[in-house]
Design a binder for this molecule. Sequence first.
Ligand code: ADP
Ligand code: MG
Length: 462
Amino acid sequence: MSNESWDYTVFWNETMSQIRNELSDQEYTMWFNRMEYAGASETEIIIRVPSSFYRDQVKQRYLAMIEEKLLELSGTHLKLDFTISKMVSDDQKTPRRHTPNATGSDGAPLPRQKKGSHQNLKDEYTFDNFVIGTNNSFAANAAMAIAKNPGTGYNPCLIYGGVGLGKTHLIQSIGNQVFQEFDNLKIVYVTMESFTNEFIQSIREKKTHLFKNKYRYADVLLIDDIHFLQKKTETQEELFHTFNALYDANKQMVFTCDRPVSELKELTDRLRSRFERGLNVDLQPPSFETRYAILKKKIERAKLDIPEAVIELVCNNVTTNVRDLEAALTKLIAYADLVNKNITLEIAQQQLKDFFSSPKQNNVTMDIIQRVVADYFNLSANDLKGKKRTKVIAFPRQLAMYVTREITEFSTTEVGLEFGGRDHTTVMHAYQRIENRMRTDPTLDPTVQFLIRTIKEQSTKN
Ligand code: ADP
Ligand code: MG
């Protein structure tokens, strides 16, 4: 957390609005309308004021009051430092779109025209850079609608899909667009992992009030990869309260997850139902056309010259997700750069060999699992799907279910269906049985590992 820059705008704004309630309009206008938040360090807030006279008056009359309120709200002693310069609001009647970074108290002029970037968002993650195809159009359109009117329609929104399909790109695009288009909206983007770590740290350092304030004052809260929440009961509890506070205040929330929420195994029901309350949209792997459009766009942006045949080769062979697609392109470019050669079809074929044949879990199907496990026990796949419950069949069947749960993302319901229409509780039971047996039977683990290896090999052949 150490390299985080400090943003106390929420506390400042809240302090100002409390003071406004306590003072007469005239007094407030006279002194507070001429103060502007100009940045912060860990322990200081820098306020821009128009003159030294003004600064001295404010210090004398209001400093104690302001600092006390800031302490109350933030839980830390925040000192005020003043910088004297012409007010930004003197040339711009509308509030600035964002708070410029601190320049210290030397009063150096701050850049005016450029809006800059949000500190936690990547600049490239914009809707402009996102190629829309049939696989992602629902999610992309929902995200754009949210960015136009945060907090009004699709709230909360949950975007789910496998790795490398654009979840982070989309959720950050929302943040970037809101940041550009709206004045004074506090956008908080965080991964579930950082949220969890921050929360734990705040408990350890007895600063949970700071943690709560950071999240509960957000206007737009974007949390990436909520699957990380599984098993983290205290963080779930905290997020539940954050969720309720923001929901009641009509603040926009967007989450991403690597699977539908219904398939998160270790999540409290009340939190699950919160996630499912708004709009849930999915991202599917891109079709050939979309892969092609994405590569074309990246090639154009980078001003590269890559033969059509190579582009098609990549699109035909890297089918899993956009991240792999980008990685293949990056590898080609790096190679061409290093050996100073143009990228030909031969070079591409040779360089991307590993890529094309790298094991891809996504290709693991239940058919393959059933075939491999059945072969191992000299049975047929139909035996595993059939009704017979003799020992020679029941054990391999349970093992196959166990392996399926281990290496795929299929739900117990889906697994049950593929194993002769069995109930999902049967699958859960099978999993438990094998897990228990592995504890007592040391020969079982190597068998399971062997089966998994074989399944993965078989899955990449076709
Ligand atoms: P996820 O968060 O789902 O794992 P990311 O958002 O990190 O995936 O996407 C992986 C990479 O692919 C990123 O560099 C992202 O910009 C790119 N990407 C994903 N989808 C698209 C798309 N539709 N158009 C352009 N680039 C995309
Ligand atoms: Mg991501």
